[in-house]
Design a protein around this ligand. Structure first.
Ligand code: SF4
Length: 470
């Protein structure tokens, strides 16, 4: 998962920087901004946005058009060489920032070999950029993008900066619109500014008004105060449910649905039949669902777990070693809220079970009489190949069913959300959602060979993953 931004504005560098800070939760490995006037300017590096741009004079990023990126690696092995935006100089200056995962990389590498285009990294985003460059060198822009969508499988909500003529910023989404991408607009004395961003919070913090989502299969083009759009493919929506459950910020709006409201309803929609004394959320993502849950069942809501906010998210970290050490370090317990009590511990999901078990053990160590684990997401039974790092099926604790999960995580019981409860909370038609990690029904072509190949590739990448140089 990553975050992308594209801006056409008279304050592009500052706006990109502020919007990047707002979507920092989408990726903490690297950050970058690339702008252009009659040439390109780029600043990027490993680390958080504030680290990459510390003491950097943003005025050096000149021009009125730019794209930006925060990266969370789910493909690729070397953070330093895969920092985005990526840039290529053929057929003219072309830059790309990509959010998602390409699932037919091997086929596309074959296509690029035939075209004598060579790659420098293992990044699927570099493949996407090269396919685009090849198509743009031969066709008009709409045709080139349409053909790229035909060729490339997987998820890609992306932004592109084109150095041709006066330059333009383009945002486009795969035909399923798996990852979010929204359009914002701001009227100023100098004219109309436009922004596309992975989440609407990026628009909020820079004074842009949310216009709408980029449609699945659509490209939007921005140049000098104007916008046009082209539906490249009939949309077949399959929006990722995990964006609502866990990944996006609660103050974002995706496909017209407030993430906060969805999470609140997720809490209300859980069927629960245990006697408990308190509801305790796992901070921060489960707070809203725990609130809905507590109000529905009239059980007191208590903050029993306190998070050290200076330690990054555990799930987003690329290796198990990073995740486990961060879980231990980042939470502390308020003993009085826990000791001698029967607790409903609400979390957004149970993925591998590592975090869940440690949380239960932590509460029991502080004297909890019973811990009943409540997941606001249904059981995750299948891998995700579209940008969430759960590519390896046998790592998922519910991959073979949910029987006995309470024992595995040392809880007194485990209660899951139902798929119907989830769909109802999101408020979009079920047919417009990707539920593949819950049902195994993938929106894109996922043959057994491809599933095996992607799982293996991810495992190899993890083993070869190099820690960022800071
Ligand atoms: S498989 Fe699950 S996590 Fe992956 S895109 Fe679909 S809904 Fe989201």
């Amino acid at each position: 998962m990553c975050g992308v931004i594209g801006i056409c504005s008279d304050g592009v560098a500052w706006e990109a920087y502020r919007a990047l800070l707002a979507i920092q939760h989408r990726g903490q490995n690297s950050a970058g901004i690339l702008t252009m006037n009659d040439k390109f300017y780029r600043k990027q590096g490993d680390g958080l946005v504030s680290e990459v741009f510390q003491n950097y004079p943003l005025d050096e990023l000149k021009g009125k058009k730019g794209i930006a990126h925060v990266r969370y690696p789910t493909a690729g092995t070397d953070p330093a060489s895969e920092v985005q935006p990526l840039f290529i100089n053929y057929p003219y200056g072309l830059a790309l920032a990509h959010n998602g995962n390409i699932t037919n990389c091997e086929e596309l590498k074959g296509f690029l070999r035939e075209k004598r285009r060579s790659l420098q990294t293992d990044s699927d985003s570099e493949i996407l950029l090269n396919v685009l460059a090849d198509k743009i060198s031969k066709h008009g822009l709409d045709e080139a993008l349409g053909q790229t969508l035909d060729l490339v499988d997987g998820s890609y909500s992306s932004v592109m900066l084109l150095g041709k003529d006066e330059g333009s910023v383009i945002g486009f989404r795969d035909r399923h619109g798996i990852r979010p991408l929204v359009i914002g607009k701001k009227e100023t004395e100098c004219g109309t500014n436009y922004m596309v961003c992975s989440e609407s919070v990026g628009l909020d913090v820079t004074g842009y008004e949310l216009v709408r989502d980029v449609k699945p299969g659509e490209a939007v083009y921005f140049s000098n105060g104007s916008m046009r759009s082209k539906q490249l493919h009939p949309p077949k929506p399959a929006h990722c449910i995990f964006e609502y459950v866990y990944f996006s910020r609660p103050d974002s709006v995706i496909e017209g649905q407030s993430v906060y409201e969805v999470r609140f309803k997720l809490g209300e929609n859980i069927d629960f039949d245990k006697d408990v004394d308190a509801v305790i959320p796992v901070p921060d993502t489960a707070r809203t669902a725990a609130l809905g849950f507590s109000l529905k069942y009239d059980i007191p809501y208590r903050e029993g777990l306190i998070k050290n906010r200076y330690i990054g998210r555990t799930f987003i970290m690329p290796t198990q070693r990073y995740r486990e050490s961060a879980v231990i370090e980042k939470l502390n317990v308020i003993r009085k809220e826990v000791s001698g009590k029967r607790i409903a511990l609400v979390d957004d999901s149970i993925v591998r079970g590592t975090t869940s078990r440690r949380l239960v053990n932590l509460l029991k160590r502080y004297g909890a009489k019973e811990v009943h684990f409540v997941s606001s997401c249904p059981p995750i039974t299948n891998p995700c190949f579209y940008g969430i790092d759960m590519t390896i099926k046998n790592e998922l604790i519910a991959s073979k069913g949910t029987d006995g999960i309470e024992k595995k995580i040392n809880a007194d019981s485990v209660t899951y959300q139902s798929i119907d409860g989830l769909v109802k909370a999101i408020g979009l038609p079920r047919s417009h959602l990707c539920l593949a990690c819950l049902t195994g029904d993938y929106p894109t072509c996922m043959t057994c060979e491809r599933v095996k190949e992607l799982g293996q590739a991810r495992e190899n990448e993890r083993n070869n993953w190099k820690e960022p140089r800071r």
